[in-house]
Write a protein that binds this ligand. Sequence first.
Ligand code: SAH
Length: 226
Amino acid sequence: MTRKSKDAAFPDPTERETQLAKLILGLRSQGVTDPAVLAAIERTPRDLFTPELFKDRSWEDSALPIACGQTISQPYIVGLMTQALTLEPRARVLEIGAGSGYQTAVLARLSRLVYTIERYRTLLRAAEERLKSLHLTNVITKFGDGFLGWPEQAPFDRIIVTAAAPDEPRILLEQLKPSGVLVAPIGKGPVQQLRRYAGDAKGGFTIEVLCDVRFVPLLEGVAREL
Ligand code: SAH
């Protein structure tokens, strides 16, 4: 057993490192093998993105509740989706659903520019602060409805949706470059299909189903907060 203090989730740096190393090993054994993706996750302190109540569970491979009834995604799913995007350092990426900003931070380490949209102003402001504290300056945020994408900045090389779209996200697919890739959970129920859309030479898409996932739903309009 290691020593614990009252005010920090991981007072002992070696315990934090051990937990992180375990997480990375776990992701690798589940198929997240891209070294750049693993390095980006390794360099992103997830405990900065989790709420006080769950700090000590930051390095578990599970989704956790955040403010506004939303969730910070499971690290394995973050790894899987990021790997499926096949990012290049020059890529301009659109993310729908900034949430805590954790996935945004991982994307920012692997791309040129990340555009992210969130429908809760509170979540977006907190995410912006965290990204700033990590010196991730290549992120442009927008408070708005991600269903509509970001037409003024389109087309994008890559699009990632981190909330479940009820159907094929046609508006977003239209904002993708012909050779682009979009990764999104699709489905109306509690369990959705994680799909990868890759633009083909004929102006269509090759669709690959990656696995079943459980995401909070993509909701229309911006959230009204008190
Ligand atoms: N990647 C985030 C996941 C957050 S959960 C993380 O790991 O923290 C999904 C987020 O999508 C929620 O914050 C939710 O508010 C947001 N969301 C849902 N519908 C949206 C929409 N139409 N436009 C923008 N954001 C949306």
